[in-house]
Ligand binder design. Structure first.
Ligand SMILES: Nc1ncnc2c1ncn2[C@@H]1O[C@H](COP(=O)(O)OP(=O)(O)O)[C@@H](O)[C@H]1O
Ligand SMILES: [Mg+2]
Length: 237
């Protein structure tokens, strides 16, 4: 495979839901590519399929048509043990809610996914290293209840990457944060993409945040309505 091959390829992805009112076509034909270290903001009206797209890319849902490839893995055709393995190691999620366990400290929360696949001593070092990378090293032994919202989301990002995922999928991670903490989280995610070489896809309603990413995908009517350098949202062809 040529080294220039895109790390993430989303090709003609469609998703139709069966509803009492008949089939509802949420995603019709979504295609884009991304490379290691790329940061992409996904914007679009509420209900435009942003979460559905992220879930399909992260193997939590299956598309009705099209496919997703990460490296040489066809994500959309994975089943059974290969699918579980992919979810545990190749992809990390950060949601609007942090989903940290309240009875575990920050570093213990980060280590949880590593324990699920048999944590080694190396994971302990990586957990501390990741907490430093996301800017909360000094909070490693704090419980979530004693952290700010921004700190919790940083811990959630560290947890998402503990097993070496190449893809970080963030679904409105700044939705519960004030403007300053939200902006800081975005800056951190972009720095993390560089440091770890991961692809970061982030859904946001915040145009100011979206403009900080390498690229911006606008979803509308089930398609990518604009795919622009984020410096000039809305100006793409
Ligand atoms: N499992 C499902 N069954 C039926 N409809 C769904 C399901 N999941 C999402 N939808 C519908 O698909 C549309 C897109 O949802 P979503 O991807 O959550 O949009 P967004 O994240 O852009 O707000 C919405 O109209 C939603 O109601
Ligand atoms: Mg959503």
């Amino acid at each position: 495979m040529p080294t220039s091959a895109a790390a993430l390829v989303v090709e003609g992805v469609a998703r139709t839901f069966d509803t009492p009112a008949g089939p509802s076509s949420v995603l019709r034909n979504v295609s884009f590519e991304a490379w290691s270290g790329d940061t992409i903001a996904i914007i679009g009206p509420s209900g435009s399929g942003k979460s559905t797209l992220l879930n399909i890319i992260g193997s939590l849902e299956r598309p009705t048509a099209g496919r997703v490839r990460l490296g040489d893995v066809d994500v959309t055709s994975l089943t059974g043990r290969a699918l579980a393995n992919f979810r545990a190691r190749q992809v990390g999620f950060v949601f609007q809610d942090h989903h940290l366990l309240p009875q575990l400290t920050a570093v213990e929360n980060v280590l949880l996914p590593a324990m699920a696949i048999g944590a080694t001593r190396k994971a302990q070092f990586r957990a501390r290293d990741l907490l430093e990378a996301v800017g909360v090293a000094e909070r490693a032994d704090a419980f979530p209840a004693r952290m700010s919202g921004g700190e919790r989301q940083r811990v959630a990002a560290a947890r998402a990457l503990i097993n070496g995922a190449g893809l970080l999928l963030c679904d409105e991670p700044t939705g519960n944060l004030d403007r300053e903490s939200g902006g800081n989280l975005v800056d951190m995610l972009i720095a993390l993409a560089q440091r770890e070489g991961v692809i970061v896809l982030m859904v946001t309603h915040n145009e100011e945040q979206a403009a900080r990413f390498d690229r911006c995908l606008l979803l509308r009517d089930g398609e990518v309505a604009a795919h622009t350098p984020s410096a000039s949202p809305g100006v793409g062809s």
